[in-house]
Design a protein around this ligand. Structure first.
Ligand code: HEC
Length: 148
């Protein structure tokens, strides 16, 4: 009996181990900071100059037709902002939450990550890994919800 209880315990701990590994998948966790923690905020702010023409980062100012506001980006569902009327079907359908893991892959080649994304965003490729980390470090700070 004792042996049975012991083997049940080992089995249960195995199950718990697996489920905690799934829950900890960084691609689904908007609070995980695998890239921004290695990035430089000031360098990222410089890089964001090329995004600024189309994207706002705070909740201030009127919505722009050029690109969706990035305020509250981490944890937001892709293509979900009601105030932005010009999302492509592709981005609306993407149906994932933005996390660092996903943005890191997306910003390397937006159209490879979301095939059919609008051409304005399609050309925004940041192939340098360090630059993507810098940009994420800046976006973490600049797009943070004010009550966080
Ligand atoms: C010329 C305008 C333009 C520039 C410059 C631009 N974007 Fe975009 N961006 C867009 C548009 C338009 C979309 C929506 C695409 C769609 O719906 O297919 C978009 C979508 C996005 C999204 C997804 C937002 C959401 O609500 O799901 C992110 C993140 C993003 N851009 C980040 C960036 C970053 C970072 C840069 C700078 C490296 C950048 N963009 C530069 C126009 C632009």
């Amino acid at each position: 009996m004792r042996l049975f209880a012991l083997s049940m315990l080992i089995c249960l701990s195995g199950v718990l181990h697996i489920s905690s590994a799934i829950a900890a998948d960084p691609s689904d966790d908007p609070t995980a900071t695998p890239y921004s923690s290695a990035g430089d905020v000031a360098a990222g702010e410089q890089l964001f100059k090329r995004c600024k023409a189309c994207h706002l980062v705070t909740d201030e100012g009127r919505a722009r037709p050029t690109g969706p506001r990035l305020y509250g980006l981490f944890g937001r569902t892709a293509g979900s902002l009601a105030e932005f009327k010009y999302y492509s079907k592709a981005l609306k359908k993407a149906d994932h939450v933005w996390t660092e893991e996903r943005l890191y892959a997306f910003l390397e080649d937006p159209n490879a990550y979301v095939p059919g994304i609008k051409s304005a965003m399609r050309v925004q490729k940041i192939t340098d890994q360090d630059k993507r980390k810098d940009l994420l470090a800046y976006l973490r700070q600049a797009t943070a919800l004010k009550n966080e």
